[in-house]
Design a protein around this ligand. Structure first.
Ligand code: THU
Length: 132
């Protein structure tokens, strides 16, 4: 199993895959499955800005397409001095597909990490139970 430190390193490396043509803000993500695989993501921007996809969601969607369904942690690294948290849209996706117990490892430019559970980042979330 990849340690939080190793997962953070992979997220930092994944920043190099980012296509941040407009913001120049590069983000990388490394998503760990419960059985130890790691799927990388990076943000991909578009001239129609609203179509931009965040690093976290590229990682989750790529993992889902690979058939993965159970996740234990995600590391997120960006060009920010402070620990980079997932945006609101990504929190919704992470909660639904990775669950409240997911460890979210946020990284700053020094490579230091801060870890929160998804349940701390998105309390009182909307979910499929409301649709029944
Ligand atoms: N971005 C991410 O990829 N993840 C986040 O958690 C925050 C924002 C991207 C989206 C956009 O390409 C750039 O960062 C600036 O908002």
């Amino acid at each position: 199993m990849t340690s939080h430190k190793e997962l953070a390193e992979l997220a930092i490396q994944a920043k190099s895959k980012s296509i941040a043509t407009y913001s120049n803000f590069h983000v990388g993500a490394a998503l760990q499955t419960e059985d130890g695989k790691v799927i990388l993501g990076a943000n991909i921007e578009n001239a129609s800005y609203g179509l931009t996809m965040c690093a976290e969601r590229t990682a989750v969607f790529s993992a889902l397409l690979d058939g993965e369904r159970k996740f234990s942690a995600i590391a997120i690294a960006g060009d920010s001095d402070d620990y980079l948290p997932p945006c609101g849209a990504c929190r919704q996706i992470l909660m639904e597909f990775c669950g409240k117990d997911l460890d979210v490892i946020m990284i700053n430019l020094k490579g230091e990490t801060k870890v929160l559970k998804m349940s701390e980042l998105l309390p009182h979330s909307f979910n499929e139970e409301f649709l029944k």
